[in-house]
Ligand binder design. Structure first.
Ligand code: ZN
Length: 342
């Protein structure tokens, strides 16, 4: 099969397009012909090298896979060759207490497809058959591949971790990112008001089209001041933050009393500083979040199939141009998800 792979960690230049052996369907697994695969920030980190992570080498990235099942291994009964599927990217043991209660994202052997195990930047990928979910509604391949990781992350942080309620004020940092574009929609679905930030004026209309009431260009405006103005000096109830560094610190300044700061990533830096006086004097809550459960993903897919949540596709690149697709994300040119198409 054709695949994009790398055999040593490094910059985007280590990605190579070439031939790799076809995966085989082992016991309990299915081989999926990949029709579209989403690019995520996790891919960028794995490629650059994460301490302690030893991915299968040569390594094929790619968490968000949709396609057709072309082979199933022994013991697989709930899916069959020819089924269209959206692959749940979360890998877990399936038997521990967390897995048994539906909180598979809390499993101690939790992983994501494409992180250690080979993923979807390829014509074919083998996955645990239990991860093959029914394809959602009448979506295109591209739309469906834009859903799993970012919508699951956004749902879990807003609904389960931050308990966002109707009428609350939510600040989403970075409308242009995949998680940002999903978070704005989910917060609106709940009935919250949304303010968001963008890095260029050409993303303002895009952010408004997703449901954001107030859009701030963080390069030319102070998002803390704007949040205060937007809430009549009160401050927002929840901030969704995935940049780190100064943005993390300033996010606490934008929060009202009893507000919640949700950390879902560290795209600029893995380090952040806090003025603790803001944390204790305002009774702030700081919560981390990492993906979400299989039950949440199934709920999301129902909303997506109904058209109440819309996948946001920025651009689909041919698989052989994966390096350009990655650079497009690194340059923050995207409005929503970037995909590769084998
Ligand atoms: Zn488990």
């Amino acid at each position: 099969m054709k695949a994009v792979y790398f055999d040593r960690c490094g910059g985007p230049e280590v990605l190579r397009h070439g031939e790799r052996p076809d995966p085989v369907a082992r016991e309990g697994e299915a081989v999926v012909r990949v029709r579209a695969c989403g690019i995520n920030h996790l891919d960028l980190w794995v490629r650059a090298g994460l301490p302690g992570l030893e991915p299968e080498m040569p390594h094929i990235l790619g968490n968000d896979v949709v396609g057709e099942i072309v082979a199933v291994g022994p013991g697989v009964t709930h899916v069959t060759v020819g089924d269209r599927t959206l692959v749940n990217p979360a890998l877990s043991c399936g038997v521990c207490t967390a897995c048994a209660t539906g909180d598979n994202h809390l499993c101690r052997s939790y992983d994501v497809l494409g992180r250690r195990r080979n993923g979807g930047y390829a014509e074919l990928v083998s996955v645990p058959a239990v991860n093959c979910l029914p394809f959602p509604g009448s979506l295109s391949w591209e739309e469906a591949a834009a859903v799993p990781l970012v919508f699951l992350t956004a749902w879990h942080m807003l609904v389960t971790r931050a308990h966002v309620a109707p009428g609350e004020d939510v600040l989403v940092i970075g409308a242009g990112s995949g998680v940002g574009s999903a978070a704005i929609q989910i917060a609106r679905l709940i009935g919250a008001r949304v303010m968001t930030t963008v890095g260029s004026d050409d993303k303002i209309e895009f952010a408004k089209s997703l449901g954001a009431e107030r859009v701030v260009n963080y390069r030319t405006q102070d998002f803390v001041e704007e949040a205060k103005t937007w809430t009549a000096k009160r401050g927002v109830d929840v901030v969704i933050e995935h940049i780190g560094g100064e943005t993390l610190e300033r996010s606490t300044y934008a929060l009202t009393r009893l507000g919640t700061l949700v950390s879902i990533g560290s795209h600029d830096t893995h380090w952040g500083r806090l003025d603790l006086r803001h944390v204790y004097s305002k009774n702030l809550k700081i919560v981390g979040t990492n993906l979400g459960s299989i039950l949440e993903l199934r709920t999301i897919l129902d909303y997506v199939a109904d058209g109440r949540l819309k996948p946001v596709v920025d651009r689909a690149f041919p698989l052989k141009d994966a390096r350009a697709a990655v650079q497009h994300v690194l340059d923050r040119k995207n409005k929503g998800k970037v995909l590769v198409i084998p």
